[in-house]
Design a protein around this ligand. Structure first.
Ligand SMILES: Nc1ncnc2c1ncn2[C@@H]1O[C@H](COP(=O)(O)OP(=O)(O)OP(=O)(O)O)[C@@H](O)[C@H]1O
Ligand SMILES: [Mg+2]
Length: 423
């Protein structure tokens, strides 16, 4: 919403004669609007006034003194902000004029002399139209969701989650989805789907100013009708040279072109470009159940709290093997002082199946237990973005007032080797 928009009046009227003005003032007051918003004057005055002030939500204009109403209405459209609902008033009873006015975007045409009931009905309807969702308007903001997947450690399955969730959003949830794989040198977003990454992401990094809707269309590779991927296999002798502006620009363009953005976010990228999480609704934190995983989950959760407090963290423990995890679920949860949201079983058959088929883990293993958990995660991500596009409150983080190394004594465990060495 522009600044000008936010100061818009609900209503304004420009009437040529006192009789019309009297009726309008009375109805306006009934509707809860100030009678001063009903001005003396016709279409020309409206145009003059709106060229220097913000347009109201609802505008009523008198065409009586206009020699060429259609032409003047077009001039009005030039100074009126999009979205304003315009009701015209006139004394010419001509169906052709009426039709032409409606075709030029006028909401209604009221014939003089006005009567209060007719004016009130028109205004009530105009108000309903103004507040209704404008689905026919392509420039209206589409709801957009955005999430990032970050691994607490290398190899914990962050990219597996990113590709699988993107796949689910684009197929089961029918959301036009963009997958942005920010592992620029070692990314597997394209490889997982048996696709060539192409030069799209590399070009974007080299030329951030070129990034626009058309660029996105050309540079992204299609995995299915609803899923487009931007990934790279940058040569490992060329270091990443960017200030991160390309990534911000990409996120911005995705907002217009897709309904869901999934970012595969390596930890080093999060350190170098923290602002990339500025607009993310959900962060899926992938982890293993290990001591190092717990330590880095603690550190990443605290980083998120101070750098992306608006984003809801969802903790996913992956590659879970009963009895074969370095630390138990209970100990892990005690140490990070919040619950693990989802546990994905270790499923080597599933992983090898996906590799063989050149499909995402979830697409290749729909019936498996791991596939079921991945579908639950996708639901949780979508469910945590409320109607306003905001994120539901996160109960887990707020209660964390006590020491980070509370119940499960991570400190003691970390100190053990030293103690041993000292002894
Ligand atoms: N639940 C699982 N069961 C078995 N294998 C898994 C599971 N999840 C992921 N894998 C496998 O683990 C390996 C690492 O996964 P992935 O590349 O997704 O991890 P990552 O966290 O993105 O790693 P990196 O730190 O390199 O970015 C892959 O070979 C993948 O197939
Ligand atoms: Mg990865």
């Amino acid at each position: 919403m522009s600044l000008k928009n936010s100061t818009r009046d609900t209503f304004a009227a420009f009437m040529c004669d006192d009789a019309a003005l009297d009726i309008l003032r009375a109805v306006a007051v009934d509707m809860g609007w100030a009678s001063e918003k009903c001005h003396r004057g016709g279409l020309r005055n409206a145009i003059q006034s709106l060229s220097i002030t913000a347009s109201p939500n609802i505008l009523m204009v008198d065409l009586s003194e206009s020699g060429d109403p259609l032409n003047d209405i077009n001039a009005l459209a030039e100074v009126c902000e999009p979205g304003t609902v315009v009701i015209a008033v006139g004394q010419v009873n001509d169906v052709r004029l009426y039709r032409d006015l409606i075709a030029s975007g006028i909401q209604d045409y009221l014939l003089k002399p006005l009567n209060p009931g007719q004016v009130r009905d028109a205004l009530v309807q105009a108000q309903a139209i103004f507040t209704a969702p404008k689905s026919h308007d392509p420039s209206a903001v589409r709801k957009h969701m955005s999430m990032a997947v970050v691994g607490t450690r290398g190899g914990v399955g962050a990219s597996t989650l990113a590709t699988s969730l993107s796949w689910l959003f684009s197929t089961d949830h029918k959301l036009p989805t963009a997958l942005l794989d920010l592992d620029v040198h070692f990314g597997t977003g394209a490889l997982t789907l048996d696709l060539e990454p192409g030069r799209g992401l590399t070009d974007a990094i080299d030329n951030p100013s070129r990034i626009d809707g058309l660029f996105i269309e050309r540079a992204m590779i299609r995995a299915n009708d609803n899923l487009a991927i931007l990934s790279a296999e940058a040569p490992i002798n060329s270091p990443l040279m960017t200030d991160g502006s390309a990534f911000v620009q990409l996120e911005e363009e995705f907002r217009h072109a897709f309904e869901m953005t999934v970012i595969d976010m390596p930890r080093n990228m999060l350190i170098n470009f923290p602002h990339l999480l500025a607009d993310v609704n959900v962060v899926v934190l992938a982890t293993e159940l290990s001591l190092a995983g717990a330590r880095d989950a603690i550190r990443l959760l605290s980083w998120l709290k101070s750098n992306a407090a608006h984003a809801r963290p969802i903790i996913v423990a992956n590659k879970i093997q009963p009895g074969a995890n370095e630390i138990s679920k209970a100990d892990f949860e005690a140490s990070i002082e919040r619950k693990i949201n989802f546990m994905v079983p270790y499923d080597i058959k599933g992983a090898s199946n996906a590799a063989k088929l050149g499909q995402t883990f979830v697409a290749a293993n729909r019936a498996s237990k791991a596939g079921g958990v991945l579908r639950d995660i996708a639901h949780a991500v979508i469910g945590s973005v409320d109607e306003d596009g905001g994120t539901t409150a996160d109960a887990g983080t707020d209660a964390r007032k006590a020491s980070l190394l509370g119940k499960f004594d991570l400190k003691k465990m970390l100190a053990k080797p030293k103690a041993k060495a000292n002894a």
